[in-house]
Write a protein that binds this ligand. Structure first.
Ligand code: PEP
Ligand code: MG
Length: 576
């Protein structure tokens, strides 16, 4: 019996699968580097022309399959590859060199593509490096077709694919064999293969460094795309644990199906808004019936390694607003800094206390204006809300609103339509903001509490530091009281208070948050149904009484025990 082995990588697409591995290896392509003999260049030119024809046909087919499976936006990569092969000037250059230098078509084509790619490969920026992989993918296809080599993948249905690297085309083509997961040595969360896996709803783990060396076709494997884990030769015990997890996910999905159209209302009739936290447009497809309480925009910067243009942002925000319509989507302006690293040039001793979120936006007004303009232009359906991160003073909100008004005036001048009443809300996640909650409520159209940061700042516990992770306590009495103060501040001026930190995604915490009179919970899609079920099993009167008791407590263990007791007694019997 083989020993169980566990490998870790970057979680790229959620979900768990158990199955057989298929190791996908590509043969090395040999290129003829010798000088051609007299008269051989004609055949070489014919070979490259033929190969480009075949490659274009293949790519057009893949493009069509891709559009069908994951939509037009996610398929743009293939359009770009087709463009390269249709570039007449580039191809004429290749043919001229074959004639002049008497070198093989493969050699010249490879050399020209390498020249194009040289700019990308040196870049520190993920987006540019991805462009390099796209170019290499086109090159390999053309070279392979020149030798008339076919990529035969005798992959069994329901396999889990392992590879050093997967191109977008590989990912799409494998998906036709009902593949159950992808694991690769290379890639990050924004690599095309990762994006495509998410769109396909297939678990994926990327950046595993050497996994392709340790797995063979036919091995029994488990892939956990949520945790970023691959287990090879799992023991009976591990299999049992994961089968149970899969069952839980299935139960969650059927529950979701069952309660998706039911109101999110307590037993005694109080409506609580429940929305989702989303980072990638592809995720919206599975949330047809809910609004989005937090749409983070930082990935637009991280994908590109630079701020996206206004036009790129319009495309993104319009798509998300259309996908969510008629439900609202709360789009947060860039929250860069902290753990979402800006360029290397801005090294800081304490990044979480540094140049972050709204501070960056207010210092780089042209970037902020571009983003606000894109948000306004995308708001014509009147379901977009703007949210500002890391607010720590009244002045910041006033400044941001002034800038928003300036952008509105520019759009009015150009007669561009947008939602004139677009709500401008703020994140409550810095201690000074909760202390000034009442004053801030007079400046903002809504509040959203970011407990991930609020807890780290109130308790002075770095949210990403494993050494003190036990001290990151959502049930700390100081946290509970801060939440109450924020709600009272917001309600005193009649604005709604939402909570979009991870605390909203903990079913155990739902009675506390409802009891504290939070109006909306924005949760991770994976726990959407569980949180909704908890709220439906709850009585507002009981929840308020619970919150009242918690507000008088002085230790974390007292609060946690009371919350657990309440859950056991009042929720569990109704939800099991
Ligand atoms: C938070 O701080 O709770 C939050 C939702 O924002 P982020 O996790 O992006 O900092
Ligand atoms: Mg935050």
């Amino acid at each position: 019996m083989h020993r169980e082995r566990i490998y870790r990588g970057i979680p790229a697409s959620q979900g768990i699968s158990i199955g057989k591995a298929y190791l996908y290896t590509r043969r090395q392509i040999n290129i003829n580097t010798l000088t051609l003999k007299e008269g051989e260049e004609g055949a070489e030119i014919e070979a490259i022309n033929n190969s480009i024809d075949i490659s274009l046909k293949e790519l057009n087919k893949i493009y069509a399959i891709s559009i069908d499976k994951i939509g037009e936006k996610n398929s743009k990569i293939f359009e770009a590859q087709i463009e390269i092969l249709k570039d007449k000037i580039f191809l004429e250059g290749v043919i001229r060199r074959i004639r002049n230098e008497q070198k093989s078509a493969g050699y010249v084509f490879n050399d020209e593509i390498e020249k194009l790619g040289a700019i990308f490969i040196k870049s520190k920026n993920d987006y540019m490096r991805e462009r390099y992989s796209d170019l290499m993918d086109v090159r390999n296809r053309v070279l392979r077709n020149m030798k008339r080599e076919k990529l035969v993948s005798k992959v069994e249905e329901n396999s889990i694919i392992f590879a050093h690297e997967l191109t977008p085309a590989d990912t799409i083509l494998f998906s036709r064999r009902k593949v159950r997961g992808y694991a690769t040595d290379t890639g990050g969360v924004t690599s095309h293969a990762a994006i495509i896996s998410r769109a396909l709803r297939v678990p994926a783990v990327v950046g595993m460094k050497t996994i392709s060396k340790f797995v063979d076709t036919g091995n029994n494997v488990i892939i956990d795309g949520s945790e970023g884990i691959v287990i090879v030769n799992p023991s009976e015990e591990t299999l049992g644990v994961y089968e149970e997890k899969i069952d839980r996910i299935k139960r969650h999905e059927s529950l979701l199906y069952e309660i998706v159209n039911k109101p999110c209302r307590t037993e005694d009739g109080k409506n609580i808004e429940i929305t989702a936290n989303i980072e990638f447009v592809e995720e919206t497809e599975f949330l047809k019936n809910s609004g989005i309480g937090l749409y983070r925009t930082e990935h637009l910067y991280m994908d590109k390694g630079d701020f996206p243009s206004c036009a790129e942002q319009i495309q993104e925000y319009t798509q998300i607003s259309a996908a969510t319509y008629p439900k609202p989507v709360t789009i947060r302006t860039f929250d860069l800094g902290g753990d979402k690293i800006l360029q290397d040039t801005h090294k800081e001793m304490n990044p979480y206390l540094g140049w972050r979120g709204i501070r960056v936006s207010l210092d780089r007004i042209h970037i902020f204006k571009d983003q606000l303009k894109a948000l306004l232009i995308s708001s014509v359906k009147k379901n977009v809300k703007i949210m500002l991160p890391m607010i720590s003073s009244v002045d910041e909100v006033r400044k941001a609103r002034t800038i928003l008004n300036e952008v509105k005036a520019e759009l009015d001048k150009d007669e561009i339509i947008y939602d004139k009443k677009i709500p401008l809300g703020i994140m409550l996640e810095v201690p000074s903001a909760f202390i000034l909650a009442e004053e801030l409520a007079g400046e903002a159209d809504f509040f959203s509490i970011g407990t991930n940061d609020l807890i780290q700042y109130i308790l002075a516990v770095d949210r990403g530091n494993e050494l003190i992770s036990g001290m990151f306590q959502q049930f700390h009495p100081a946290v509970i009281r801060a939440l109450k103060k924020i709600v009272m501040g917001g309600h005193s001026k009649g604005i709604k208070v939402s909570l979009c930190g991870e605390m909203a995604s903990v079913p155990l915490a739902a009675p506390v948050l409802v009891g504290l009179e939070i109006d909306e919970l924005s949760v991770l899609p994976s726990v959407f149904s569980e949180v909704k079920q908890t709220i439906r099993a709850l009585k507002l009167t009981d929840a308020k009484a619970l919150a009242g008791r918690l507000l008088k407590m002085s230790t974390e263990s007292e609060v946690r025990q009371e919350v657990e007791r309440f859950y056991e007694m009042k929720i569990k019997p109704k939800t099991l």
